[in-house]
Design a binder for this molecule. Structure first.
Ligand SMILES: [Zn+2]
Ligand SMILES: [Zn+2]
Length: 188
């Protein structure tokens, strides 16, 4: 039986984003005997997760709440998707965050989160490019899910390269390098 990666809508988010992400992620994770579903649940954001001085949402708080609310979901991995600018600890912003387990975890889903807000050309006052937007979302999603399979950042030509900026995201490939791919298989 295939293990399930569940996509979870956080706050207001265009459904079409989740639908195309689901299809694109299935192309990557089918080979690893995983299937991607869209959750029937959707989480609303809470006021305590918003930082009015920074005008951003706190990714760590959101991730913590996702962990609490989904601990009984019978799925393998969860990827929350949000269309708000998010930050984490000392970073000005993050494209995403994830729990990185050291050893295999069973019975409770391992959780990750991405924000699509800074992946739009419009965010930088440029004309929108829908294909590029979709590709960036896919890259960030695979990267954060990679962390949930215990992967660290990688220096090779690999989806697990750290992205400090959107330029970094655009430069990296949409696949795991050979060694990261093997690490996932050994971790599962
Ligand atoms: Zn990372
Ligand atoms: Zn790698």
């Amino acid at each position: 039986m295939k293990k399930i990666i569940e996509l979870l809508k956080i706050g207001d988010l265009e459904q079409s984003i989740l639908v195309s992400l689901k299809d694109n992620l299935n192309d990557t994770f089918n080979n690893l005997k995983m299937a991607v579903n869209i959750s029937q649940n959707a989480f609303q954001l809470e006021i305590t997760e918003y930082n009015s001085e920074r005008m951003q949402y706190n990714a760590d708080k959101i991730l913590d709440r996702i962990i609490k609310l989904t601990k009984n979901h019978k799925v393998f991995r969860i990827l929350g998707v949000i269309d708000k600018d998010i930050y984490s600890e000392l970073l000005n912003f993050v494209f995403g965050i994830a729990i990185r387990p050291i050893k295999r975890i069973s019975g409770t889903p391992v959780v990750s989160l991405i924000s699509v807000t800074r992946l739009r050309e419009q965010f930088y006052n440029k004309p929108e490019n829908d294909d590029l937007f979709e590709l960036r979302i896919l890259k960030e999603a695979i990267h954060e899910l990679g962390h949930t399979f215990s992967l660290e950042h990688c220096n090779k030509f690999c989806i697990m390269q750290f992205s400090n900026s959107l330029m970094d995201t655009d430069k990296k490939p949409v696949q795991f390098c050979e060694s990261c791919g093997e690490k996932i298989i050994n971790f599962l």
